[in-house]
Design a protein. Structure first.
Length: 92
């Protein structure tokens, strides 16, 4: 590989690290450390949450995202609320 190719590769590697790097402590306070996937999974399991993947049409997902944004809550909460309401309204 040529010297220019190596330098280009180094620059791309550095740019990738800069994108992943979190912001440092702000004004002397420690920044919140994001949880890795394993820790997040353990917290979810402790709360009784179970991963549930579905495939939905894009327009339905857009409606869900708009609803979540309007209510300032996450997608998980919106979907759980709508599912619970729909299941409660079902005749038994």
């Amino acid at each position: 590989m040529k010297k220019s190719g190596l330098e280009k590769q180094k620059a791309m590697k550095l740019a990738g690290k800069m994108k992943q790097a979190g912001t440092g402590a702000a004004f002397g306070q420690d920044a919140a450390v994001p949880l890795d996937r394993r820790d997040q999974r353990k917290l979810d399991q402790a709360l009784g949450l179970v991963p549930f993947a579905v495939k939905l049409h894009g327009d339905l997902v857009a409606q869900l995202q708009a609803l979540a944004q309007a209510r300032a809550i996450g997608m998980n909460e919106v979907v759980a609320e709508l599912l619970a309401k729909a299941l409660a309204d079902q005749p038994k």
